[in-house]
Ligand binder design. Structure first.
Ligand SMILES: [Zn+2]
Length: 472
């Protein structure tokens, strides 16, 4: 308990934004549209403030990743695979999210990280050259820490009705609310990661990505007749990311390293969608994209708007700056900051998983973000993944014709493929077209109108094949 209490004594600077956010939500809740999103950045600031200079080191790491990435930009042939354990904590039976929903969520997570989701076609062409398959995959753990066979999903009943806890103040007590957020809220949330506090202990966080699912609401009995604030999720930053002092690592790992998710924010096909007055969250927070966002944080990413105005960066060079988060909208007409990427002032990238845009809006990670996630694994979460070298299809397994072509080409597989991605890249390696296919042995691939040389890349599970195609 001593360790836990020292965690909550972290000082209050760095949580002020979040505190203001909570206060703002309580004010807004009269219009029945309160939005409380992701707590990852506030948690990072809270941790960093305990050790002055550490945030700067974290930022320097991100900058160095971008420099390395620019020096050695290349297509990685190595697939990183991460075992995942889901801890489902439920107080009432409807909070006990079924395995089928979790399996669907994991499938969506993989599609997003492998850029195999059908909605990648909605990405504006301005961004095509910036995005890529991360070559990071997740699978349900098949062995528990004791070496026993497992489904990778733990279901456990808890006496805790809501892990956010109870806000004991009214709206006129904003200073006290801010203090409560600082002292109690994160501690409340992280109870879900400890057996002794009504949660479920982590599996070795060095070996598994732990994802806890539970009721993350915060009750506000003194505001709006006990209506609640729904908190969607948060992830811990990679702890050794900034060479945290040992004491901090211990404090933090004592509270569980991984991702915490509200049970209604798991998707798609969540069996208990939000109801009034929170039905507005449906389609925003339970499309399955929120977990993609949170795992992005777990792998070291910041929000795309840098949690600040145009002067604040996310330390990723190929994400356009944004003056603010996009408020669960999908407005493609905003260009809030004048910055240039490859010589172009790009609009806000609302399609990015690290924005707060609507669920269906989000479909991409940039290459710079992928560099951060892979470098985070390689440097700070070194035991959580295994590397698998992708290998080429043999020539008898996949073929392409005609080549040269005047129009399109047809890719043929020697057997029906469950799932594959076909990409068209230009001579500089920029993605110009992508299509995902399922259960096919043949697909027609669109080439751009312009004549020239293109690369057609076929990706399936751990196999890849690239054809050089001449368009006449
Ligand atoms: Zn976030």
């Amino acid at each position: 308990m001593k360790v836990l209490y020292s965690f909550i004594l972290f000082s209050i600077l760095g949580i002020s934004t979040f505190a203001q956010g909570i206060v703002q939500q309580t004010l807004n809740s009269t219009n029945k549209n309160p939005l409380v999103g992701c707590g990852s950045h506030d948690l990072l600031l809270k941790m960093a403030h305990a050790h002055p200079g550490r945030l700067q080191k974290a930022n320097d790491f991100l900058k160095s990743v971008q420099q390395d990435y620019h020096r050695s930009a290349r297509y990685s042939a190595t697939l990183y695979k991460i075992p995942v354990v889901f801890h489902v904590l439920y107080n009432t039976p409807d909070e006990d999210i079924p395995d089928a929903v979790i399996e669907g969520q994991l499938e969506l997570l993989n599609e997003a990280f492998r850029r195999q989701n059908a909605d990648t076609v909605n990405l504006r062409s301005d961004f095509f050259s910036l995005v890529e398959d991360s070559k990071i995959e997740f699978y349900l753990a098949n062995q528990d820490p004791n070496g026993n066979a497992t489904t990778g999903i733990v279901h456990k009943q808890t006496a805790i009705t809501n892990f956010g806890g109870i806000l004991p103040y009214n709206i006129s007590q904003q200073t006290q609310i801010a203090q409560w957020v600082s002292d109690s809220l994160f501690y409340n949330f992280f109870r879900i990661t400890k057996d002794s506090l009504g949660g479920d202990n982590a599996w070795d966080t060095a070996q598994y990505l732990n994802i806890w699912i539970g009721d993350m609401t915060i009750l506000e009995p003194q505001i709006n007749n006990a209506e609640e604030l729904v908190f969607f999720g948060l992830s811990t930053p990679p702890v050794s990311h900034t060479n945290w002092p040992t004491a901090t690592v211990e404090q933090f790992s004592g509270l569980g390293d991984g991702t915490l998710m509200h049970y209604q924010a798991i998707g798609p096909n969540n069996p208990v969608p939000f109801t009034a007055p929170y039905a507005v969250y449906n389609g925003k927070a339970n499309t399955g994209k929120l977990l993609v966002h949170e795992v992005g944080h777990y792998l070291g990413l910041r929000h795309i708007w840098g949690d600040g105005n145009c002067s604040v960066d996310d330390y990723v060079d190929d994400t356009p700056r944004a003056g603010a988060q996009s408020n669960y909208d999908c407005n493609k007409n905003i260009n809030s900051c004048g910055d240039t990427i490859t010589g172009i002032d790009l609009p806000n990238m609302v399609e990015n998983y690290m924005d707060y845009s609507e669920g269906d809006c989000k479909n991409s990670f940039t290459k710079g973000q992928i560099a951060v996630m892979r470098a985070t694994l390689e440097n700070f979460r070194v035991d959580v993944f295994t590397s698998i070298q992708t290998h080429n299809f043999s020539q008898s397994e996949v073929s392409l014709f005609p080549n040269p072509t005047f129009q399109n080409v047809t890719v043929t597989f020697n057997k029906i493929l469950e799932k594959a991605t076909v990409q068209v890249l230009n001579l500089t390696g920029a993605l110009v077209h992508q299509q995902n296919v399922t259960n096919v042995d043949q697909t027609i691939v669109e080439l751009p109108n312009r004549t020239g040389i293109y690369f057609v890349r076929v990706l399936a599970k751990e196999q890849v094949m690239t054809f050089k195609v001449v368009k006449r």
